[in-house]
Design a protein around this ligand. Structure first.
Ligand code: NAD
Ligand code: UDP
Length: 328
């Protein structure tokens, strides 16, 4: 049985990856320190004989007994509000954490895939974003803690590949959504859906004309799975090119949730990218991959999930004023 270590296992993407690898017949070791994750995302795996969980902060030395064939490094805060609240941990998990995992991969002769992000393109001056675009990132802006950690992560990964001959893969993930996102993590989909469920107005930041392109989690996991088993070492964009303005998206949420909320406007966060759409030509060519799930279908599944959560989770307010953390 092949053995895979998945960091960030109790998070949104990590938990879906655990499920996928278990279903594919792997032995999965999940690792997480729960800083932005939720034990309930993996509680269904607790009695699975092909799953083991280790509570650990990956910025500390990582010891794993036995062999490892693959490592997927997904530990990192991913919501802007989260990483603005815990900036040092964000920088550490992308840098020190990645260094530890690359060292572990080298010791175990395992192939490692690291989760990078569309944020490496910053507020892009090229549209749509293809992998050969170097990006437009402020090193010292509030989002720099995440963007630069991820850029460093890509650099150190390529250095381990070039210098040590390590088998490495880099996925640049564009906005992905689905069940198991934290309802109060501040990202736009849980934010709007939580507001709709609580009967609150939907908070659009800025004029709402900034764009994003949302990918359903099952499509994302499929792309990541194919990339891991490809032989391509350079970064590959995985995301859904179906682009929409945040204002139109808010209106779409009101229609999907069949609520009658108003839209209210709040200050645009510093360095909030004005447009984002993945160019997925490379993923199509290399991996024969493209997203299959339309936004309306994915949004309905996601809303059903949020609707089923307990009142305690719905009313747990982690970020009282969303704009508090986002100013210069
Ligand atoms: P998430 O916050 O739901 O999951 C991240 C997980 O990592 C959490 O369970 C958290 O507790 C864990 N973690 C953080 N720091 C850790 C540490 N030092 N040690 C151990 N565990 C730690 O976020 P997500 O959306 O699932 O994102 C997962 C990965 O994908 C991240 O690396 C993120 O940067 C990347 N990504 C996600 C998206 C997206 O749209 N979801 C987009 C781009 C990149
Ligand atoms: N956004 C918004 N209202 C919210 C939360 C987010 O208008 O309550 C906007 C945010 O300013 C950004 C977009 O939605 O332009 C996507 O934000 P998210 O936090 O999901 O992720 P990002 O793509 O910025 O990393």
């Amino acid at each position: 049985m092949k053995r895979v270590l998945i960091t960030g296992a109790a998070g949104f993407l990590g938990s879906h990856l655990c499920d996928r690898f278990i279903n594919e017949g792997f032995f999965v070791i999940g690792m997480d320190n729960f800083i932005t994750g939720d034990p309930s995302n993996i509680s269904h795996l607790s009695s699975n004989p092909n799953f083991e969980f280790i509570e650990h902060d990956v910025t500390e030395f990582i010891a794993i007994e036995g062999t490892l064939d693959y490592i997927l490094h997904f530990a990192s805060p991913a919501s802007p509000i989260d990483y603005l609240k815990i900036p040092i941990q964000t920088l550490k998990v992308g840098s020190l954490g990645t260094h530890n995992l690359l060292g572990l991969a080298k010791a175990k002769q395992a192939r490692i895939l690291i989760a990078s992000t569309s944020e490496v393109y910053g507020d892009p001056l090229v549209h749509p974003q293809s992998e050969d675009y170097y990006g437009n990132v402020s090193t010292i802006g509030p989002r720099g803690v995440y963007d630069e950690a991820k850029r460093f992560q890509e650099s150190i990964t390529m250095a381990y590949h070039r210098f040590h001959g390590l088998e490495t893969r880099i996925v640049r993930i564009f906005n992905t959504y689905g069940p198991r996102m934290r309802l109060n993590d501040g990202r736009v989909i849980p934010a709007f859906m939580g507001q709709a469920l609580r009967g609150e107005d939907l908070t659009v930041f800025g004029d709402g004309l900034q764009t994003r392109s949302f990918c359903y989690v099952d499509d994302q996991v499929e792309g990541i799975f194919r990339l891991l088993f490809s032989d391509y070492v350079y970064p590959v964009n995985i995301g859904n090119p179906d682009e929409i303005t945040i204002l139109d998206f808010a209106k779409e949420i009101i229609s999907i949730t069949q609520t009658e909320q108003k839209i209210i406007y709040k200050e645009l966060p510093v360095d909030d990218p004005l447009q984002r759409q993945p160019d997925i030509t490379l993923a199509k060519q290399l991996l024969d991959w493209e997203p299959k799930i339309e936004r309306t279908e994915g949004m309905k599944k996601t809303f059903d999930y949020f609707r089923g959560l307990s009142k305690e989770k719905l009313y747990k307010r982690e970020h009282k004023d969303f704009t508090n953390h986002i100013k210069k």
